[in-house]
Write a protein that binds this ligand. Sequence first.
Ligand code: HEM
Length: 487
Amino acid sequence: MHLYQISSKLLGDTVGKMNDNLTSVVLAASVITLTLGYMSKVLLKQSQKYPPYIPSSIPFLGHAIAFGKSPIEFLENAYEKYGPVFSFTMVGKTFTYLLGSEAASLMFNSKNEDLNAEDVYSRLTTPVFGKGVAYDVPNPIFLEQKKMLKTGLNIAHFKQHVRIIEAETREYFERWGDSGERNLFEALSELIILTASSCLHGKEIRSMLDERVAQLYADLDGGFSHAAWLLPGWLPLPSFRRKCIRYQRDRAHREIKNIFFKDDILQTLIDATYKDGHPLNDNEIAGMLIGLLLAGQHTSSTTSAWMGFFMARDKALQKRCYAEQKTVCGEDLPPLDFDQLKDLSLLERCLKETLRLRPPIMTMMRMARSPQTAAGYTIPVGHQVCVSPTVNHRLSDTWAERMEFNPDRYLNDNPAAGEKFAYVPFGAGRHRCIGENFAYVQIKTIWSTMLRLYDFDLVDGYFPTINYTTMIHTPHNPIIRYKRRKQ
Ligand code: HEM
């Protein structure tokens, strides 16, 4: 029987017994209602089970140090101890992680009004992309903006992109000479900003991309840090020390916007209109151009650098990838084209496996704006709800030989295939990435070209450790040895 039914029955009985004594009836009714109200509150509280909470003896900071040192280890240990859903505090904020495919479904199936992205991302992205775009606007508007951007990311364009990227890559690596040891991550970061700009912005803007503009992008990027996101802006933190990164970030945003205003490229955006017919204004166009470039910059450069180290570590695999170039494209290795690129399936699996073991976005986050239920627990309003692709991609219940880099695992029966969110390097649901296909075209073209140019080795067997101090987990000391192939 529901509480309100019990309440009316009790009231009815009492009224019957008390007959005409109106005052007593009112009094009794009030007492009963209040008692039942209180009881229902207590019962509701008892029936609401909050996620297990990882205690900490450090006030305010909580687990920030342990998490910052080794976030994946921290989350994996917590998973072992507490299960797929648990909460902990860092820097005064409570985080609730949803680990594994089933728990993660809450985030990917939720509405933005309930688990909100703007609340957690906008303080980081709005100063970089500018106002009026991405997380600075209500999500239905951002969804329209994503649609506009997606129109530029189609197969007809990808066909041109392959040629552009191959040419940029060949030109870039001329400076490497025939053999040596170089910082692979740095090189790929520079190359990817050039190729992404050529493909997504057009050749006019690419031609302005000299070292000064690259520095402006780097300054904008300084805005993407743990500190900028987690901590109040007034704290005198080390990462803000270097001539105040925030100042550099804001100045860089203004200058880059001016460069875009000089040009009338990305006609798609200029011609685009929202559903109600109004066009994008100049700020929105500039913001979208910056966002387009930066969304793929770290993600793709980190991924391609890790992919290089995985191939350098496994020489037999590297040999197979080079042989695949010849089998698919022809013995004399003619210029790449989009259709051949699609058939480079081993290279594609290497990329897929790299994104499994080193997904650049290690945590996706939302703010709980209404109470949420996962694994039988109630997640209260105000918790930052998180899903970690990195952890999902290596859970031992889901992945066989979970820590092995094995691109061929996707050829076999693969238990993870049955779990919807076991593999989510590009997210899922309404916030899913729009750049996946472009990223695959870009990284596969770059690595096809690099494999044709060079043979790669680790330097004295060193495989980079993971740098956890950056928001995207980059390779630490990413030096690679290379030697030109004899054609
Ligand atoms: C290896 C490359 C990339 C990876 C691993 C990646 C990963 C992701 C992930 C995990 C999300 C979901 C974020 C969340 O749910 O909180 C996302 C969203 C997004 N990505 Fe990517 N991305 C990549 C490249 C790109 C590129 C090249 C572009 C643009 C051309 C791009 C544009 C976007 C956009 C616009 C969103 C939507 C964010 C939202 O709706 O909230 N990404 N990406």
